[in-house]
Design a protein around this ligand. Structure first.
Ligand SMILES: Nc1ncnc2c1ncn2[C@@H]1O[C@H](COP(=O)(O)OP(=O)(O)OP(=O)(O)O)[C@@H](O)[C@H]1O
Ligand SMILES: [Mg+2]
Length: 383
């Protein structure tokens, strides 16, 4: 998600609305003005990061608009893109001379070409711009709260609730992954082995072709490090590219981050559409969760991107949902009931909960909450 704001100035309301919608879909905030004067007021008051304008303004000339912006300290260096319906070469020259950074024609092709131009003008690297499938990360403040089991089961439930969607699961817990033993995968492909390949090799198609299909679970798995020694070989710098390639190829990418809040996991959380924060009901976990939340907020992760879940992994005792909410200061989306030894049994048999115990309350919760996750993540992405 980008925190950049783009001001669109266009006298044609239909075109204005179209452009506003388009930049929002690309993950930016948008502001709109119908006239040049209104555009100037907004530019100086709200300080957007980029202006896109149609030179055919009705109140002032394009040249005047640009010169006013360039002569004011608040907008001297502001990137400005002219998006014009006029083929008049004089207009292009006048705009560029008056200080506009780039001049493009409004053709049917802008839908394809504009994202790259916007990213360049914003100085934003393309990989910071939202594209591809939803990224949902699972994390916790403390070990043993059920993060890995819930990551695998929710990924499965997401496909169950939206069967036409493709889902990939990535186990990023170091120094040893645990999703592979939960779903029963014993192959050689894992996070360490794929980061040893070159960027040119690990494309979205590569993953679709080579990641194991975990049949009962209906997702493809990028397993974690098989042991601590192998984890030492992990090429950490390659991880962002790997996640990006996965997002290109799958509708949903679920990542188990476990309880590691590190240099590796933080950038992934920042890029995620949804950070699912799992906590158990004991006081110490909830208190730690509050600390993690404060940290995430300080790192610019907003409450709306956090999906808090209370998992009764340790039994019936402990705090209630509303007590936990009071401590963490955030609504908890759902509480997963205690399943006794049934949960561990399903894990040991490598079976998803909703197949093994379809009638159990937990299965109902998994199904309902998975569709809520899909909706929330998709809405945040298209915001
Ligand atoms: N709702 C539940 N009811 C009963 N048992 C549960 C529940 N949720 C998780 N468990 C059990 O808790 C144990 C820990 O689960 P899991 O390995 O998923 O946690 P984790 O947070 O990933 O742990 P780690 O810190 O080791 O990565 C497992 O045995 C699992 O079966
Ligand atoms: Mg785990």
């Amino acid at each position: 998600m980008s925190d950049k704001t783009i001001l669109i100035v266009d006298a044609d309301s239909a075109s204005l609305n179209f452009l506003v919608r388009m930049v929002k879909e690309q993950g930016y905030f948008a502001m709109a003005a119908n006239t040049g004067k209104e555009g100037l007021v907004i530019a100086w008051r709200d300080r957007p990061d980029l202006i896109i304008f149609d030179p055919a303004l009705q109140d002032i000339s394009a040249e005047e608009f640009l010169l006013k912006l360039r002569r004011d300290l608040r907008s001297t260096n502001l990137p400005i893109l002219a998006l014009s319906s006029s083929h008049n070469p004089g207009m292009k020259e006048a705009c560029l001379k008056a200080g506009c950074n780039e001049y493009m024609l409004k053709t049917g092709e802008i839908v394809a070409t504009l994202p790259e131009v916007i990213a360049r003008l914003l100085g934003v690297k393309q990989d910071e711009v939202k594209e591809g499938g939803c990224l949902i990360v699972f994390l916790s403040a403390k070990g043993g709260t059920g993060t890995s089991s819930l990551c695998a089961n929710f990924a499965m439930a997401i496909h169950h609730s939206k069967p036409e969607s493709s889902v990939a699961v990535v186990d990023m817990v170091l120094p040893i992954g645990s999703i592979a033993p939960i779903v029963g995968y014993q192959g050689e492909v894992n996070l360490v082995s794929v980061t040893e390949l070159s960027s040119a090799e690990t494309t979205g198609e590569y993953f679709r072709k080579h990641l194991p299909d975990i049949e009962l679970w209906q997702f493809q798995l990028l397993a974690g490090a098989p042991d601590p020694e192998r984890a030492n070989d992990l090429k950490i710098a390659r991880i962002p590219e790997v996640i990006k390639a996965l997002q290109k190829s799958y509708d949903f990418v679920a990542v188990d981050l476990g309880r590691s809040l590190s240099r590796i996991s933080l950038p992934i959380i920042q890029k995620a559409d949804l950070a699912v924060l799992i906590m158990s009901t004991d006081q110490s976990t909830i208190t730690l969760t509050k600390k993690i939340l404060d940290y995430l907020h300080a790192q610019g992760i907003e409450s709306r991107n956090i999906f808090a879940i209370l998992n009764r992994a340790v039994g019936l005792e402990g705090l209630t949902k509303s007590e936990a909410e009071k401590i963490i200061g955030l609504p908890i989306k759902t509480a997963i009931p205690y399943m006794g030894s049934n949960f561990a049994l399903a894990n040991n048999l490598n079976q998803p909960i909703i197949l093994k115990y379809p009638e159990d309350t937990a299965s109902i919760v998994f199904r309902d909450v998975a569709s809520d996750m899909i909706k929330t993540a998709t809405n945040l992405r298209n915001r």
